[in-house]
Ligand binder design. Structure first.
Ligand code: AMP
Length: 411
């Protein structure tokens, strides 16, 4: 659908076209008209689907029609799970508000930045607050923010917030905002708990479920390569040398392993950095900027980069260590093939994680062909795994397994 088929103001339409968007994404086509009709929404949307603009544009359109007198009051509150996503959403508001005649004041409230400065910005008056829950609650508890004039409450990537013990925090926020408001709830997945929370927050919501998972999977060339645990680093170097990938995002299980491997790759002449939650806010910001500007080719990261990073042209995502959950798998690989582009996602399968990957495949309804790369073929067998490795969490020995073991011992 073309943007000018939507009931958006001419000022917004002209900014959208200057920004280079031509057609709406699927989620924008469905969500924008409903927000303009002032409906509450529960939307299932993947990162990379264009969901940010799907709420920013209609909110700006409605906001632009309001009369504002005196000091700006907070009309829009967006909660996001990470600092990076907060900054991205805030930037999207600013970019699209440029042509609107009234000046829109946007404030980002995130941990790691100076609390005093943030409170000062809020007190000076602002229209839009984009925040991570923890920092917002700090400021609510200090009674330094007035949210009583709020019109729009948006939860972005809500499923990720649930992981962080979000329910109690949410109650504090709900107590601080008016009961009458428009609620927009976005999440990539809806486990039962999430649906309950979504229904608690929204009022007669319409549900928007986009079959984006299919779209994302279609654009991503998913591969699985079998390799021994100790050969993964050499295999990665080999793959990188023999490919034309531009930006490579490599997911690691821990902050320490991310730091270590990045240092090792730098030693071998690769342009690599490590990204994780122990970096301070500036370090995070600069690392992402450098990766965006291609000053870094390979970014090793923990799952912190799995959500919300708005970097368009990552050509390859590597699961050096597998993600813990299926959700994380979907989010990680969704870092590539964004906004209709194509990308590759490779998972390294070792003796140790094969069962876990099969579970991810089952839940994602995919079945990949397991490859091996010449010179890095998987060696050893299941027996080696049984001897050397702890049992996979949650996998009990079946009666058949026990019987087989007993038979082996008596042979
Ligand atoms: P999001 O899912 O909101 O993180 O957006 C993913 C990427 O798609 C961002 O880089 C957006 O700038 C881009 N994008 C969003 N909407 C459109 C559109 N209609 N046409 C082209 N790119 C878009």
């Amino acid at each position: 659908m073309l943007f000018n088929e939507l009931k958006l103001s001419n000022a917004l339409l002209s900014t959208i076209s200057k920004y280079g968007y031509k057609e709406t994404t699927k989620i924008q086509e469905k969500v924008i008209p409903l927000v303009l009709e002032k409906k509450d929404l529960i939307a299932r949307a993947q990162t990379g689907s264009g969901k940010t603009a799907s709420f920013v544009l209609p909110i700006l359109n409605l906001w632009g029609k309001q009369k504002v007198e005196g000091k700006a009051k907070v009309k829009v509150l967006v909660l996001t799970p990470t600092r990076e996503l907060t900054l991205q959403v805030a930037k999207t508001f600013e970019v699209f508000a440029k042509q609107i005649s009234k000046k829109l004041k946007v404030v980002s409230l995130i941990g790691g930045d100076n609390l005093g400065n943030q409170m000062l910005q809020v007190q000076k008056g602002c229209d839009v607050v984009v925040a991570t829950p923890g920092r917002l609650i700090d400021i609510i508890n200090k009674k330094q923010i007035d949210l009583k004039s709020l019109d729009f409450f948006v939860l972005d990537e809500a499923d990720k917030m649930l992981d962080l013990g979000f329910e109690e925090e949410l109650q504090v926020i709900l107590d601080a905002i008016p009961k009458k408001r428009q609620n927009l709830f976005f999440s990539a997945t809806y486990p039962n708990k999430m649906s309950t929370i979504a229904l608690k927050i929204t009022n007669n919501p319409l549900e928007v479920f986009i079959e984006d998972e299919e779209q994302i999977v279609e654009n991503i060339n998913q591969r699985a390569i079998r390799v021994n645990l100790e050969n993964r680093s050499a295999l990665l170097k080999d793959l990188i040398k023999n490919s034309k990938w531009d930006k490579i995002l490599v997911f690691m299980a821990t902050k320490r392993s991310s730091d270590n491997i990045a240092a090792k790759f730098r030693k071998h002449g690769f342009n690599a950095e490590s990204f994780h939650g122990n970096l301070d806010q500036d370090e995070r910001k600069f690392t992402i900027e450098d990766f965006k500007n291609k000053e870094i080719d390979i970014l090793f990261s923990t799952d912190i980069a799995a959500r919300g990073l708005d970097i368009d042209d990552i050509s390859c995502v590597i699961n050096y260590d597998l993600p813990r959950s299926t959700n994380d798998y979907v989010h990680r690989i969704g870092r590539t093939a964004r906004a209709g582009k194509r990308g590759t996602a490779i998972s390294f399968l070792t003796h140790e994680n094969l069962e876990h990957f099969k579970l991810i495949e089952k839940k994602c309804n995919i079945k990949l062909t397991y490859e091996e790369i010449e010179g890095f073929e998987l060696i050893g067998d299941e027996l080696k795994k049984e001897k050397g490795q702890a049992a996979i969490k949650g996998k009990r020995k079946s009666k058949k397994d026990k019987l087989r073991e007993k038979n082996l011992k008596t042979k």
